[in-house]
Each structure stands twice: as structure tokens, then as C-alpha cells.
Design a protein around this ligand. Structure first.
Ligand SMILES: [Zn+2]
Length: 334
């Protein structure tokens, strides 16, 4: 049983040549021990006990000492739509790097099977994905505030449920960045235009069936010339930006008991796409910040992880600026 904690504060050298205050803690209490009694029978007695408790430092300064380039992130709010194999690990990276606020939108529950490529394991099965990630971040990275949002973009609006625009207000008001990890082209289209209408930087990320390739793209207002729809035209018309390679034969499967098709692909392949998207996000959020993370001179990155015959290649990224496409109806409507 804990009786008391004694704290001792003393001057010490906390960095070469820099004096500060150090702490040492003594924890005093009792522990139960079984000893041999007078008639040879074991009896339980409370023994006084005192031990040394190691003091550890935790503050924003201590965290930023190791990654000084992310110092502006605690003032940023990132909205993430889609907490699957790409969006969920991105959210954890943002929290690990001291992003101030996260708004996390997803409509799905954690299933045991997909945990092979999800950042949290089967202990979270049955929870809403947004709630599971919220709980984990609150416990492990409490400097990041998380707002979980249970919502399916474009889904049926139930009785008493907020409208699409009300959800977008909750998600995006004063947001610094919108991440689209929905893996749904229709949702990506809607989110890209919503971000543009609100003047919010937008990043979309997806991986291809088989985990053979992927793409990250961004639209930074005032920096990127084209838009998400321009990118679709650049890819669909065989233009300057290639469609990421995918496994055409075995890249999609239907799991037993699941009504939707899903894609195959390993976590360690998908992480290539996740980390590129996080780098692009942190770079975009650090734009113009003195001492911030490096700037990114491109808007679209396409990665190839496999050859067309399925043999493994070292991750090869091709990067492109996102120019206005002459057929884009959004960029030529004036
Ligand atoms: Zn456009």
C-alpha cells in the first residue's frame, strides 16, 4: 500500500554547462509478505518498504528537442477522412509529432482480420475506428486533442443525424489541412472541392490493389496551380502523370462475411505511401515557418513497389507538379 511520495529537488547540470533543477522521488509504503508464524503456519504481514522512483521529464520542449523541425505542428488542426490502412497510421504519426488537434472521421468498426494492416490490434475489435484511435492517442500522446467523428460521406442521413454540410463544418472549420484517405474516388472528388471552396490545403492518398503502388497528391491554395480533377485528366488521358501500378489479377478479394470487396496488400508495403503522405503533410503545414520542416517542390508523387511481373523493386517515386489541365471543368469554368 502506498503511504507517501517524497520529492527532492536539487540543482544539477541538465545540459553541458547549463544548470537546472533535478528531481528524485522516494516512494514509501507497505507490501504484504508471507512469513512463518510461531506455530509453523504461514502468516501474512505488512512490511514497510521504501524505494527510489526514477524521475522523467515530459514537456513540449522535451519532445521537440528530438524533432525541432515539427515545432509549428502543435498550432495546427488536421482533419482526416478515412481511418483504414492509410488514414489510421497517418493519424498516429501526426499525434506522435505533436499536432495540436486531430479531427478523425470514419463510419466503420474495427474487424479482427484487417488488423494485419491496421496500427492497433485485436484488442480494439468491435470498437468504432475513430473511437479506438481517439482512445489510443489520448492515452499515449495527450498533447494532441482528438475529435472523433462518426460519419459516412455521402451515406444515408439517419433520423436526428447532422447534414453533410454540418459534418463538414465540424470537420473543417479552422482546419489547417484536410487529408483524404477514403479510398473512394467519389468521396475524394467531393472532399477536394469542399477543401477548395473553403481555401484549405488538401492531400489525397491511396494505394493500389496488391499494394504494388500508390499515390499522394496535394492542392495547396496559392501554390498548386491545378486541382484534384486536373490530376484525373492528367492520368486518364495518358498525359504526363502515370496511373500507379496495381496487381490486376489478385489485387482484390472478398473476405468471408464481408459485403464489400477489399484490396490485398501488406502493411509494410502500404507504409511507403503512408510515410510519403505524412512528409508531404508536415511539409505543407510548415510552409513559411522559420526552422520548419523542409518544403516540397512537387504536388503529386507516384510510387512503384513491384514490377509488372510481380517482382519486388526498391520503392521508386516519380514526382510531378500539378498543372491545370485544359479539359478540367473546375479550372475553366470562368
Ligand atoms: Zn482543375
Amino acid at each position: 500500500m502506498l503511504r507517501r511520495v517524497i520529492g527532492l529537488q536539487f540543482p544539477e547540470e541538465i545540459a553541458p554547462g547549463q544548470m537546472g533543477m533535478g528531481w528524485l522521488f522516494l516512494i514509501e509504503g507497505t507490501i504484504k509478505e508471507t512469513v512463518m508464524g510461531p506455530r509453523g503456519k504461514p502468516v501474512e504481514v505488512a512490511q514497510s518498504h521504501c524505494f527510489y522512483g526514477k524521475a522523467s521529464r515530459i514537456s513540449p520542449t522535451d519532445a521537440l528537442l528530438r524533432v525541432p523541425a515539427v515545432h509549428a505542428l502543435h498550432q495546427r488542426t488536421i482533419a482526416v477522412v478515412g481511418l483504414g490502412a492509410l488514414g489510421a497510421p497517418m493519424a498516429l504519426e501526426f499525434a506522435r509529432n505533436q499536432v495540436g488537434k486531430l479531427r478523425l472521421s470514419d463510419y466503420d468498426h474495427v474487424e479482427p482480420g484487417p488488423t494485419v494492416r491496421w496500427p492497433l490490434g485485436i484488442a480494439t475489435a468491435g470498437q468504432l475506428k475513430a473511437e479506438a484511435i481517439h482512445e489510443f492517442i489520448s492515452a499515449h500522446y495527450p498533447a494532441t486533442q482528438v475529435l472523433p467523428i462518426y460519419h459516412k460521406v455521402g451515406g444515408l442521413r439517419g433520423e436526428g443525424m447532422p447534414s453533410e454540410q454540418e459534418v463538414m463544418d465540424t470537420l473543417l472549420t479552422d482546419a489547417s489541412l484536410l487529408i483524404d484517405a477514403s479510398a473512394d474516388k467519389g468521396v475524394s472528388h467531393f472532399l477536394a472541392e469542399t477543401a477548395r471552396a473553403r481555401g484549405i490545403p488538401f492531400i489525397s492518398v491511396y494505394a493500389t490493389p496488391g499494394g504494388w503502388g500508390g499515390m499522394v497528391m496535394r492542392v495547396a491554395p496559392g501554390h498548386t496551380r491545378g486541382c484534384w480533377m486536373c490530376l484525373q485528366y492528367h492520368m486518364d488521358t495518358g498525359g504526363t502523370i502515370p496511373v500507379p501500378i496495381s496487381d490486376e489479377t489478385a489485387g482484390t478479394v472478398q473476405a468471408p462475411g464481408c459485403g464489400d470487396m477489399t484490396f490485398t496488400g501488406a502493411s509494410f508495403d502500404l507504409q511507403n505511401v503512408v510515410l510519403a503522405a505524412v512528409r508531404l503533410a508536415v511539409s505543407t503545414l510548415s510552409s513559411g515557418v522559420a526552422g520548419g520542416y523542409a518544403t516540397t517542390p512537387w504536388d503529386v508523387g507516384v510510387v512503384q513497389l513491384m514490377d509488372a511481373d510481380g517482382s519486388l523493386v526498391a520503392p521508386a517515386w516519380s514526382t510531378f507538379p500539378l498543372e491545370v489541365h485544359p479539359l478540367c471543368p473546375y479550372c475553366h469554368c470562368e
